[in-house]
Design a protein around this ligand. Structure first.
Ligand SMILES: Nc1nc2c(c(=O)[nH]1)N[C@H]1C(S)=C(S)[C@@H](COP(=O)(O)O)O[C@H]1N2
Ligand SMILES: [Mo]
Length: 248
């Protein structure tokens, strides 16, 4: 609550209020959101402030027994083939409403400056665990692909499927994506992410509940709406009853 108030007041200090900054920023290529994307890692402390950051912990706080709770680890032929060569043939397309669509290999993602953070994962079902996550700030990827002014959401298509064959999907907005702690994680607790925890690439958004942190990212698409995604609520769990906005 306190953090939201601080976010609101730092936005107010920029002459922006409520949801206004997101819309204003996105329709104006010189607006605050684009400035923020442009500076990638040096990023948005001016807009968000450290009060908008999820708490970071120390090595001593890390939970070593890392619980799993999601759809099953993908076992289809596509994922099995990737897994077999340690994901060397993995490519992650980033497309949709961007000026420079690109595909990233794992080697490419590892060559980009990484961020490491020890943060708590809070599942909506009532459990938490602290882990050390390293990877590429999503803001860096956004700065590389250059979202078009009409882009508002970052949509994640994942490798896992439920029993009915529906592939997992999720979304966050550009503002959440540009947050300095929003990571495309490649490592968990100093080791490459294992398949059960979302290898090779897993989103980690510690300012939102755990179900927003999509595992097994297959593709990223920028869009102006998520109406046409699944049941239209912005994600697999959202279509199963959880709220799209899951801020902590
Ligand atoms: N692709 C995918 N990502 C997902 C989910 C899922 O079912 N599929 N479940 C979410 C939920 S509800 C939680 S709590 C966490 C669990 O992550 P873990 O199994 O690595 O602990 O993943 C999130 N990301
Ligand atoms: Mo969860």
């Amino acid at each position: 609550m306190k953090r939201r108030l601080f976010v609101a007041s730092s936005l107010a200090a920029l002459g922006l209020t409520g949801c206004g900054p997101i819309k204003a920023g996105l329709s104006d290529p010189n607006g605050p959101v684009y400035k923020l994307l442009g500076t990638a890692q040096g990023l948005n402390l001016a807009v968000i402030g450290t009060h908008g950051m999820a708490r970071e912990y120390t090595d001593a706080d890390i939970d070593r027994d890392f619980r799993l709770e999601s759809l099953d680890t993908p076992s289809d032929a596509t994922y099995a083939a990737l897994r077999k060569d340690d994901f060397r043939s993995y490519v992650m397309p980033v497309d949709g409403l961007v000026d420079r669509p690109q595909t990233f290999t794992l080697a490419h993602l590892r060559a980009i400056p990484q961020r490491t953070q020890i943060t708590r994962h809070d599942c909506v079902e009532g459990w938490s665990q602290i882990g050390k996550w390293s990877g590429v700030p999503l803001a860096t990827i956004l700065a590389m692909v250059q979202p078009k002014p009409e882009a508002r959401y970052v949509i994640f298509s994942c490798f896992d499927k439920d029993e009915s064959g529906t592939q997992f999907y999720g979304s966050i907005d550009l503002h959440q994506a540009a947050h300095p702690q929003s990571l495309l994680s490649l490592d968990l607790n100093d080791k490459p992410l294992d398949p059960d925890h979302g290898a090779p690439v897993r989103l980690k958004v510690p300012i939102q509940l755990g179900y927003k942190s999509s595992k097994w990212v297959r593709k990223i698409t920028l869009a102006s709406t998520f109406k046409n995604l699944g049941g239209g609520n912005g994600g697999y769990w959202e279509d199963n009853g959880y709220a799209w906005y899951a801020g902590i």
